[in-house]
Write a protein of this length. Structure first.
Length: 81
């Protein structure tokens, strides 16, 4: 798991939470500064579930990503669309 992408993990977590898991996908992009940008694409109904009350679920997903980023010596950002 040293150089694997964290996108499948984010997708797995989001599909487990979403009521429309077939509409969940994650796009990964690495910019010129080496920052990994993950874009979580969801069905409109699932945005509230993924973000969670006061952003708690999104914050938890980002915390998990932060651990993976530190292990890989990267910066990973997550946006929810």
């Amino acid at each position: 798991m040293s150089e694997e992408s964290l996108a499948p993990m984010v997708e797995y977590i989001a599909k487990a939470i979403a009521s429309n898991p077939e509409d969940v996908s994650v796009e990964e992009e690495i910019n010129e500064d080496g920052v990994v940008q993950l874009r979580l694409i969801l069905h409109e109904e699932d945005k509230g579930r993924i973000i969670g009350r006061k952003g708690q679920v999104a914050r938890a997903i980002r915390s998990i990503l932060r651990v993976g980023a530190v292990k890989r010596n990267q910066i990973i950002r997550l946006s929810i669309d």
